[in-house]
Design a binder for this molecule. Structure first.
Ligand SMILES: Nc1ncnc2c1ncn2[C@@H]1O[C@H](COP(=O)(O)OP(=O)(O)O)[C@@H](O)[C@H]1O
Ligand SMILES: O=P(O)(O)OC[C@H]1O[C@](O)(COP(=O)(O)O)[C@@H](O)[C@@H]1O
Length: 431
């Protein structure tokens, strides 16, 4: 593969096989870095900002570090702030991002104009797949203009939907915080006759948070995720399963990822459109499911007590936990070492336990999804005892998709030539 591995430290850096080939070397005193956070929030953003600033400053003596406010549009529409180890000292204890974030507003020309105008020569982008695509476009424009500017990414996704890397920072914190909502749902459901606790968790296209929060909790009777279609009526459907659990246990807990059942809901309601970045706006599966379950039991003249909990933004807004703080620190130091070693056009990430530099396009060509033919999902099914809701056709389709994904991630890159072209464009100190 074209993934590259490095050892910590500027001198110890070594790259195996073909890595990002463009080199942009800097002396520490000529570095003028900037940091931007884009897309949705995620626990750990402030820790990454803090550790990039401290890494640049403490390890390399860099003094000029700017914070770009309010996401990509901040490059051309907002003022910048100076970041120093002192000013970021305590920020990892807070959720969100001290820089602010936004969706949309990626105007490549204006952004690169601003980079040029401000004399910035290292750009650190903390963001999800959309942001990494945006960073890739900035990298291309910088290259076209022959600027001596390094562009590097740190992948952020609470949904854990970025492929190639082992997991994203903030994911563990989100799963941990989700336990509080699940516990509350369990207590409420257990204290009522025919109590049903329904918890909605984040996960637009990938249900990892719901999956791992369910496995961790053991109080969940049913977990619904976008990757596994489900149905309500008839044998093997959700209603029959709820009836069975209430009969056996008197109460139950359901966890639903926000992207689950979207096709099913869309059959009943009109679609919602897109956000400023072009991401599909979702129909609220939690409210819809609550209504459907209530209607079903009313029709059957059975009294139930359904409590719906939506902790999604509360989870996303927490600071990262201890293990995510360590992970954020490693990622931040890794990206700083990469840029200071002269690399550009890459994202950092842990792959099979090793810290790697990954070309932008490698992590944006596919989304990481829960594999419903994998052992982890089987473990969940056996821990909840829920029906799989899957037909043989669904399983076959999922297997084909898994194979396609494996081939895509292990095979040759679909955009292999960008860096080869880059490698031969030596101008303005770009080697
Ligand atoms: N294909 C793209 N090209 C350039 N910029 C993009 C692209 N996709 C998204 N972006 C920009 O990246 C930023 C974050 O994207 P978004 O999808 O909202 O969040 P995330 O990075 O978390 O996936 C936005 O400012 C958006 O305009
Ligand atoms: O309401 P917002 O800010 O648009 O964010 C909602 C979305 O953000 C997420 O938390 C993460 O999405 P991104 O990776 O695109 O930032 C999704 O789970 C969720 O659907």
């Amino acid at each position: 593969t074209r993934i590259v591995v490095h050892k910590d430290g500027p001198r110890g850096n070594h790259f195996r096989r073909a890595g990002p080939r463009q080199r942009v070397y800097f002396e520490p005193d000529e570095v003028h870095a900037c940091i931007v956070t884009c897309g949705g929030l995620c626990p750990g953003l402030n820790t990454v900002i803090r550790e990039i600033v401290c890494g640049l400053s403490d390890m390399y003596g860099v003094t000029k570090i700017l914070g770009i406010q309010g996401g990509y549009r901040g490059f051309y529409a907002r003022n910048t702030i100076d970041l120093t180890p002192k000013s970021v000292n305590d920020i990892h204890k807070r959720g969100g991002t001290i820089l602010g974030s936004s969706r949309g507003g990626h105007d490549t020309m204006k952004i690169v104009d601003s980079i040029q105008y401000r004399g910035i020569n290292q750009v650190y982008v903390i963001g999800g797949d959309g942001s990494q695509r945006g960073a890739g476009v900035i990298f291309e424009e910088v290259r076209k203009r022959g600027l001596k500017v390094a562009v590097a990414g740190i992948p952020k996704t609470i949904d854990n939907d970025i492929p190639v890397i082992d997991k994203s920072f903030g994911f563990d914190s989100a799963v941990e915080e989700a336990q509080r909502a699940i516990n509350a749902a369990h207590v409420e459901a257990g204290s009522a006759d025919n109590g049903i606790g329904l918890v909605k968790l984040m996960g637009r296209y990938s249900g990892f948070i719901a999956h791992y929060a369910t496995l961790a909790s053991r109080d969940v009777d049913c977990c619904l995720i976008p990757e596994s279609p489900f149905y309500l009526e008839g044998e093997g459907g959700l209603f029959k399963y709820i009836e069975k659990r209430l009969k056996e246990n008197g109460h139950m807990v359901i966890v639903v990822a926000e992207g689950a059942g979207q096709k099913l809901i869309a059959e009943n309601m009109k679609e919602m459109g897109q956000d400023a970045s072009g991401n599909a706006l979702l129909l609220d599966v939690g409210l819809w499911l609550s209504q459907k379950i209530n209607e079903h039991f009313k029709k059957n003249k059975t009294t139930i007590n359904l409590k719906y909990i939506d902790p999604t933004y509360m989870i996303r807004a927490i600071p990262s936990n201890a293990s995510d703080n360590v992970y954020c620190t490693l990622l931040a130091h890794s990206v700083v070492h990469g840029a200071m070693a002269g690399y550009t056009g890459f994202t950092v990430g842990q792959v099979n336990g090793r810290h790697c530099y990954i070309p932008f396009y490698r992590i944006t060509e596919k989304q990481n999804k829960v594999s419903i033919t994998d052992r982890m999902w089987a473990r969940l099914l056996s821990s909840t005892n829920q029906p799989s809701f899957l037909s043989k056709q669904d399983v076959d389709d999922a297997k084909v998709e898994d194979e396609r994904t494996a081939k895509l991630l292990d095979g040759s890159p679909s955009n292999p030539k960008v860096e080869d072209k880059v490698a031969s464009s030596n101008s303005n100190g770009v080697k």
